[in-house]
Design a protein around this ligand. Structure first.
Ligand SMILES: *[C@@H]1O[C@H](CO)[C@@H](O)[C@H](O)[C@H]1NC(C)=O
Ligand SMILES: [Zn+2]
Length: 501
């Protein structure tokens, strides 16, 4: 990766690490970190400077920083390089393989273009051929007439998985397949379920809405020939990707204060709020922490492939021995902290609002954040402790957790608009998981406040773990995530999309 020299100069000027290059003689002279001092240096300009770099990285790969892309790798190198420059951390790239699958599709029938969706694991293809209706629901090889060979099979959704239909179409030598919804709307987040299927090779496949299918079926039923033009572009392959883990050289490594955010975006966009905002907030704190000494070691986790189902954080937690897990006193998560129509949400660690409480100690973390917002005369609200971001794997092994969130696709209420400003009836982040999650999709005031709140929590726990139980944890034998399929995992990412059959 090529770092822009001007930005490195800027980062060096704005952050204290140049002066804080560690050596044994100066370390003891540094003051113990304290909340006010660590918060004080938070600046909108520094945060935005990093965000501009992230946006440039996304441009290396067609507007995304999805795991497996150049834009993501550049993000990872940038973070690692800046942290290494401080000399204050032991940093590690934890590199591992994971299956990547991404694609898009277009379809026109007799030259009328329809909104078309790709299926996860579906192969690429480019075919112009007559549409041949498949009998019944296309769940049996006998539903596919001989004349489907070399043509586009036109199949209804229902009864059996998409993967079987695409494989039976391939087995009948169809050149392509359209699976149309059995309801008027589009099929969202469809998947073939696995990279291959025993019933046959997948035909290039895409889906259209039930409403659009009605138009096509009317023609077919009237005996009119319909020529389909199907284009699918897809990549499914194993890709290597990395977490960045940085631990302060100083501090008690039996009592680690851990914070994290994810470095990847969805394939659809640059992910500047999700989760550029959290990653950058943490990076900013990590670049200022070298001014201080810490009592408890501070560790940062910059996670890959969160959007593919908490893959990086899960990989990391699973790589730890129970003894290493025990050394982590708590985990703080920062995923989306600058949503344009933001709310100040704190994970509901005590379960008082949503009923799912975190491991003992999580309530203390929630209170630490609540007290900070109160002290700034800002209103905060709890958000469900659902496990749908990188704190999930930490919860699963009993590590007390918490964190901040400014909201995604859910709409702001009237009451919340009174608390926080912004627009009622509009999503907290209207560009959530979209191409427009760019530099204009950041609420800089909320971003600065949340970065300060994060700095407060890190400084507080780096000084003292009072209130956080440090006894042996009862660790569940298997985490919720292990054993989930590729697509089920995606339920657990920032997204709330439902992958249905
Ligand atoms: C990203 O980094 C990984 C791990 O180092 C490497 O294997 C991969 O080729 C890189 N991908 C791109 C697109 O640069
Ligand atoms: Zn996220």
């Amino acid at each position: 990766m090529k770092l822009s020299t001007s930005f490195i100069t800027l980062a060096l000027a704005l952050s204290p690490f140049a002066a804080a290059q560690d050596d044994a003689r100066t370390i003891s002279l540094k003051p113990l970190v304290n909340s006010v001092a660590l918060q004080a240096l938070t600046s909108k300009l520094t945060l935005l400077g990093h965000a501009r770099e992230f946006l440039k990285f996304s441009q290396l790969s067609g507007g995304t920083r999805a795991f497996g892309s150049k834009g993501h790798n550049a993000t990872v190198s940038y973070i690692k390089t800046l942290l290494d420059l401080t000399g204050y951390y032991d940093t590690q790239l934890q590199t591992f393989p994971y299956l990547f699958s991404s694609g898009s599709a277009t379809f026109a029938a007799n030259n009328e273009e329809f909104t078309t969706k790709w299926f996860t694991y579906g192969p690429s293809g480019d075919v112009t051929a007559l549409l041949v209706p498949v009998a019944n629901l296309g769940c049996d090889a006998s539903d596919y007439p001989a004349e489907v060979e070399g043509k586009i099979a036109f199949i209804s959704r229902g009864t059996c998985p998409f993967g079987l239909k695409a494989a039976l179409a391939g087995s009948a030598k169809a050149a392509g397949a359209i699976i149309y919804n059995n309801a008027p709307e589009l099929i969202s987040g469809g998947t073939l379920g696995a990279p291959s299927n025993d019933a046959g090779p997948y035909a290039p496949v895409a889906s259209i809405s039930g409403a659009d299918a009605e138009k096509v079926l009317a023609l077919l039923n009237a005996g009119t020939a319909v020529t389909g033009k199907l284009h699918v572009t897809a990549t499914t392959e194993t890709r290597y990707t990395s977490n960045v883990i940085a631990t302060t050289k100083g501090g008690d490594k039996n009592n680690i204060v851990f914070s994290g955010g994810h470095t990847d975006s969805v394939p659809e966009g640059p992910g500047i709020n999700d989760d550029g905002s959290g990653t950058i907030g943490l990076l900013d704190i990590a670049l200022r922490l070298p001014l201080f000494s810490v009592k408890n070691a501070v560790r940062f986790g910059f996670w890959t492939a969160e959007e593919f189902g908490l893959v990086g954080s899960e990989h990391y937690v699973a790589s730890l021995t129970p003894e290493e897990q025990q050394k982590i006193a708590l985990y703080l998560n920062f995923d989306m902290i600058a949503s344009p129509n933001f709310g100040y949400f704190i994970y509901d660690g005590d379960g008082s609002a949503f009923g799912t409480k975190g491991p003992d100690g999580s309530a203390h973390i929630e209170k630490t954040f609540e007290d900070w917002f109160k002290s700034k005369k800002l209103i905060s609200a709890p958000t469900e402790f659902s496990g749908r971001s990188d704190y999930g794997p930490f919860l699963d092994v009993g590590i007390p957790s918490g964190g901040l969130f400014t909201g995604a696709e859910v709409k702001k209420t009237e009451e919340q608009a009174k608390w926080w400003g912004g627009e009622a009836g509009v999503s907290y982040d209207k560009c959530y998981h979209l191409k427009c999650d760019d530099l204009s999709n950041l609420h800089t005031e909320a971003w600065v406040q949340n970065t300060r709140a994060a700095a407060h929590s890190i400084a507080t726990y780096a000084r003292s773990l009072d209130g956080i139980p440090r006894g042996t944890r009862s660790v569940p034998s298997q985490s919720r995530l292990q054993g989930l399929s590729y697509d089920d995992r995606k339920h657990y990412s920032c997204g709330h999309e439902v992958f249905d059959l």
